[in-house]
Design a binder for this molecule. Structure first.
Ligand SMILES: [Ca+2]
Ligand SMILES: [Ca+2]
Length: 352
């Protein structure tokens, strides 16, 4: 009884040489350790990955067939790809076509004994994952500019191609030559990160699958707004601000007390807010003991009461200013008016 012993080996092509690799050469699983990558200097190498008994390779992996016959000696090895016909094996070969592939192979000895055909099944994956920038809250978009706050949490989502080896890691960073590992492409706390530098940011991002296919680096432009709006009293022809004190014209002769504004009745108190980047979304006012309500228009003051008004504003990415307190006094003094009879030139009319 003659026996054929065939050994099937996956060989990895490194540089110009072939090195036989054992079955344990799968890439390590993602870890919690931070890793960095320089995409411009990254070159995919031969990689094999196994999950649940399914083997994935990229097209840099070459297949080498070996067989040994102890009796009459080996004549040849034949192999066939998928439904193709058997051909003589001469040199290691790789698989270019992506997806599920079957390699059938058999040895034939000098006594024309044909080994029972063996089958090796493999998925070829040369396609990088699809990566995208995601946030935990909606961005504010104005004039084509994306705005986010310093509290906005980002993550890189990534999905590998169907029948692919799966996402190994996403990468992102503001330095294109040093992208940081950002997790497995799913939405979870460990994968979130923030951008804290105020102003325009360019976020570069990519993702790699388990057989080393790295997605082309893309960039996401976002402006970080970390500063809440500022609020102040609305400028008015009736108001003057001098020496640290508000004075209302024509009540200029009235004194102010402790920096409080003296105004006349039937006046309106207006407030304005300014924001540095994303713009003001809303203002809120609190009049005396009332609750904060959204501010839409100047507040009409009535009666000779004291007004304590707090004002705060929120920008379009959710930064809310601390309340600013303004004190106002309502001037209820009725002006004393007189009437005089005069000539066109302003001189008193005779007979008065
Ligand atoms: Ca893939
Ligand atoms: Ca702002």
């Amino acid at each position: 009884m003659r026996k054929l012993h065939l050994i099937f080996i996956l060989s990895l092509l490194l540089s110009a040489s072939l090195f036989a690799q054992g079955a344990g050469s799968a890439q390590s699983q993602p870890t919690n350790q931070t890793s960095f990558i320089d995409p411009a200097n990254y070159t995919r190498t031969a990689m094999r990955f196994e999950r649940g008994g399914v083997v994935f390779v990229n097209s840099d992996v070459f297949f080498q067939l070996k067989s040994v016959d102890k009796d009459t000696g080996l004549d040849k090895i034949e192999y066939a790809i998928n439904e193709g016909t058997f051909q003589n094996y001469l040199n290691p070969f790789n698989l270019i076509e992506e997806g599920y592939q079957i390699i059938r192979y058999r040895g034939i000895d000098n006594g024309d004994n044909v080994e029972t055909t063996k089958v090796f099944q493999v998925y070829v994956d040369n396609t990088a994952p699809q990566a995208d920038v995601q946030t935990d809250r909606a961005l504010y978009v104005s004039n084509g500019v994306n705005y986010a706050s310093a509290r906005t949490r980002f993550y890189i989502s990534a999905v590998d191609n169907e029948s692919g080896s799966g996402v190994k890691s996403t990468y992102a960073g503001t330095q294109i030559s040093s992208l940081e590992g950002r997790g497995d492409g799913t939405r979870k706390t460990a994968n979130f990160f923030s951008l804290t530098e105020e102003g325009p940011n360019v976020l570069y991002y990519s993702a790699m699958d388990n057989v080393g296919n790295l997605a082309r680096v893309r960039q996401f432009n976002v402006t970080i707004d970390a500063t809440p709006p500022t609020v102040k009293v609305q400028p008015s022809n009736n108001l003057r601000f001098r020496n640290g004190v508000y004075t209302l014209i024509p009540s200029e002769e009235l004194k102010t007390e402790d920096g409080k504004l003296i105004i006349t009745s039937r006046n309106l108190l207006g407030f304005v807010a300014e924001d540095n980047l994303s713009g003001v979304r809303a203002m809120y006012v609190k009049v005396n003991d009332e609750d904060f309500v959204q501010y839409y228009q100047p507040i009409e003051v009535k009666g000779a009461t004291e007004y304590v008004i707090q004002v705060r504003a929120e920008d379009n990415v959710g930064n809310v200013s601390e309340p600013i307190t303004f004190n106002f006094l309502v001037d209820s003094i009725t002006p004393e008016s007189t009437i005089e009879l005069i000539n066109r030139d302003g001189t008193p009319v005779e007979g008065q």
